[in-house]
Design a protein around this ligand. Structure first.
Ligand code: GDP
Ligand code: K
Ligand code: MG
Length: 297
């Protein structure tokens, strides 16, 4: 074993919408995790692996912890986020540079008790003209986490991310690497394809529908130079199906075009993408349906 090599798990936690997935994508230098302005965009934990100069950091992107535990899908997401805090080597606690909410508080309560180093990542500093505007709570927050290093960043614009990665690397244990150098995620290409379609749906739609949408890949087949992907968009109600299809299929067309471009970049291949929408009543509050759709408890 090369004595210089380091390797470990880095959990990215925080309330919905603070920029966890955006941060992961920036660190990896490619769009792996889907992002949007809407909470609940990330539903599954996903590994993003970066190997550079003898250091392998295995990031665990998580759904944000949220207060609403009523629906099965929400319980699934909260459980995934909590599990990610176990057995990791470093925790990145991501907060917004301005806003502090009850849901941040919820995350703080979990983070307070983790046995590994915590890095407080204060995100979205690009939105701030004056440093004094920074989270009035910041002083209080650092008192709550006296051991935590504070690193202000902009995940969207890449400000101070290299510095953050240095701080992370210093806290990873000396170890052999767990994954091959060129592997960037634990998720299958099918999974990533489904997520890209769901991202476009999330971004296209208003407040209500997105949480009742999931995507299944029915075909994923390379034929010559073309990757053929058939994706099924599942919704809860007939009305939602109409909304997703849009006037004369307008919205579906847009969703398809945008997803195809992202897939082309990610898979480095020409893509033929077919989309369908189907109603599957009650899928988001039915543990059995969730499990068959890939939400494994
Ligand atoms: P997550 O729910 O914590 O994974 O958050 P996302 O990564 O999906 O980001 C939520 C929203 O915040 C998206 O619209 C992002 O573009 C935006 N965002 C993330 N990081 C930054 C940042 O550093 N600056 C600004 N201005 N917006 C950001
Ligand atoms: K989001
Ligand atoms: Mg996310």
């Amino acid at each position: 074993m090369n004595e210089q090599t380091r390797c470990g798990y880095v959990a990215i936690v925080g309330r919905p919408n603070v920029g966890k997935s955006t941060l992961l994508n920036h660190i990896l230098g490619q769009k792996l995790a889907i992002t949007s302005r809407k909470p609940q965009t990330t539903r599954h934990t996903m590994l993003g692996i970066k190997t550079e100069e003898g250091v392998q950091a295995i990031y665990v992107d998580t759904p944000g912890l949220h207060k609403d535990n009523e629906k099965a899908l929400n319980r699934f997401m909260n459980k995934s986020a909590s599990q990610a805090l176990r057995d990791v080597d470093v925790v990145l606690f991501v907060v917004d540079r301005m806003r502090w909410t009850d849901e941040d508080e919820l995350v703080l309560d979990r983070v307070r008790h983790v046995p590994c180093p915590v890095i407080l990542v204060v995100n979205k500093v690009d939105r701030m003209e004056d440093k004094r505007q920074m989270l009035p709570h910041l002083e209080w927050l650092t008192e709550q986490l006296p051991e935590a290093e504070v690193v202000p960043v902009s995940a969207l614009h890449g400000q101070n991310i290299a510095e953050l990665e240095k701080v992370i690397a210093q806290r990873l244990p000396e170890s052999e690497h767990f994954y091959p150098e060129d592997q960037i995620t634990d998720r299958s290409s099918r999974f990533l394809a489904a997520e890209l379609v769901r991202e476009k749906v999330m971004r296209q739609l208003g407040a209500e529908v997105p949480y009742q949408v999931t995507v299944e890949i029915e075909q994923f087949k390379q034929e010559g130079k073309i990757l053929h992907i058939h994706a099924l968009i599942l919704v809860e109600r007939e009305g939602q199906k109409k909304i997703i299809i849009g006037d004369g299929g307008d919205r579906m067309k847009k969703i398809g075009q945008e997803a195809r471009l992202d897939m082309q970049k990610l898979f480095g291949s020409k893509i033929m993408l077919n989309l369908w929408v189907k109603v599957k009543r009650g899928w988001s509050d039915d543990e059995r349906a969730l499990s068959s759709l890939g939400y494994r408890f």
